[in-house]
Design a protein around this ligand. Sequence first.
Ligand SMILES: Nc1ncnc2c1ncn2[C@@H]1O[C@H](COP(=O)(O)OP(=O)(O)OP(=O)(O)O)[C@@H](O)[C@H]1O
Ligand SMILES: O=c1[nH]c(=O)c2[nH+]cn([C@@H]3O[C@H](COP(=O)(O)O)[C@@H](O)[C@H]3O)c2[nH]1
Ligand SMILES: NC(=O)CC[C@H](N)C(=O)O
Ligand SMILES: [Mg+2]
Length: 515
Amino acid sequence: MESSRESPVVVVDFGAQYAQLIARRVRELHVYSEIVAHTVTAAELRARGARAVILSGGPKSVYVAGAPTIDPEIFAMGLPILGICYGAQLMALALGGRVERTEVGEYGRTAIRQTSTAGMLLAELPDSFASWMSHQDTIMAPPAGALVTATTEQSVVASFEDAEQRRYGVQFHPEVSHGEFGREVLHNFLFRAAKLEPKWTNFSIIEESITQIRSQVGERNVLCALSGGVDSTVAAVLTHEAVGDQLTCVFVDTGLLREGEADQVVSLFSSQFHIKLVVIDAASQFLSSLAGVLDPELKRKTIGNLFIRTFEEAARDIDAGGFLVQGTLYPDVIESGSGSAALIKSHHNVGGLPDDMSFALVEPLRFLFKDEVRAIGVELGIPEEMVWRQPFPGPGLAVRIVGEVTEEAVGRVRAADRIVREEVVRAGLARSMWQYFAVLAPSLRSVGVSGDERTYDAPIIVRCVDSDDAMTADWARIPYEILDTIAHRIVGEVDGVNRVVYDITSKPPGTIEWE
Ligand SMILES: Nc1ncnc2c1ncn2[C@@H]1O[C@H](COP(=O)(O)OP(=O)(O)OP(=O)(O)O)[C@@H](O)[C@H]1O
Ligand SMILES: O=c1[nH]c(=O)c2[nH+]cn([C@@H]3O[C@H](COP(=O)(O)O)[C@@H](O)[C@H]3O)c2[nH]1
Ligand SMILES: NC(=O)CC[C@H](N)C(=O)O
Ligand SMILES: [Mg+2]
């Protein structure tokens, strides 16, 4: 059976972090997919021509009052349904199974074991593999009549299926890049269980974006917030293709950048592109506005505000037409708490924007993930060193200081960051890791001894992670000798630091940055 824009696989969103990722994975398997809110009715699904339904994860617990539910008629439509995490829990609850809060949650890599060979969803997969989990609640009994096809140490029911009713559920997340065989699980659902055909082909994102920018901007001038990172560089190049010289890029030196960053960005950008670039030094405003700010959300909002006020000032100078291009990606949007998704952190360029902002936003990458943007960057001929630069957040070193941002703290974390980068590059590991950096916890002091003297100083946390899209991440297994060199250099070269620790938390349950 074909799936097209007229007959999609519908992802029902319960406030998931990963709903967009599910739809993307389905489309990558050449089946058209779109997302709807959990308030969708059976009649609406019928009207949309839905061919199959995927119920997403979500932050709530299915058994609490007010938790999002679904029109029960959807289960009676005869459509193939796959529940993922919250979605699977909801199916269990609605269809005669049982869900309970357990004492031990499962977060990140989790070994899963098949308990039946009769199932379709895990067909042709190894008996045991590493799934990726993010849950506290557990399905104790599957829907009535369903077969339990896998378990883990903590999950009585890690997957279930009822082939006759065409209902399938997984506690793990096949859509994230960190688990093994996720693609195969979705493949089995779409092609074995739902019997769809892989006929849909993706549109050209580059062509569509250029057309879209042109029609949004028209003849007016436009300003682009340029950080030198891959997202804003791609956004700038797409906009330049669309409206040429109507574009001016603005790079803000926030005083929260890495060592040498401002000069490097400006010289690399100017040497590669013929696009107008304005540089604004706003370091003293950023530092003074952050004085006394301890709360990470307030910090992020303060920074988001300042960025916009800085762009507004720049816009007055260059007669910008009221448009601001940003390299916003989907993770920035979802983590900032869009729709029914929980707020994880306000990214400065989304949740950190002031309410009274006068710009209309131009965000060609808003529904994409970084690995997709990198692929576009390569296609646009953007140099490798820009495409593969490690991501650096707009709020910069401010979210790598756990506590107040002072000039002294910025100096310390900047020096430690330089050491981490130098050693990672020297070891030839830069390209293999997603991000590698230092975090300073100035108020968490510990006792040390150096040169026979007592010290009472702050620790530096070294954070190196592997990821494809920042939605999930794992700590990088970098060789001990490199960690050892980094640690020695940091305590030897950075003032006020007497201890170095390595962060071995995956995302989930951690995030990549500390604030
Ligand atoms: N220093 C800056 N000056 C101007 N704009 C900025 C600056 N830092 C961030 N931005 C804007 O905020 C957006 C989001 O920042 P983000 O760090 O997510 O993307 P990026 O810097 O383009 O890419 P990367 O994630 O690879 O660092 C950027 O795309 C850019 O539009
Ligand atoms: O431009 C940005 N503005 C922000 O406010 C922001 N917060 C986090 N990040 C980056 O986003 C990715 C996911 O971060 P977390 O796992 O810490 O949520 C990681 O790559 C982070 O470095 C940001 N980028
Ligand atoms: N990722 C999810 O869907 C989580 C579901 C639910 N909130 C739990 O903790 O079990
Ligand atoms: Mg950046």
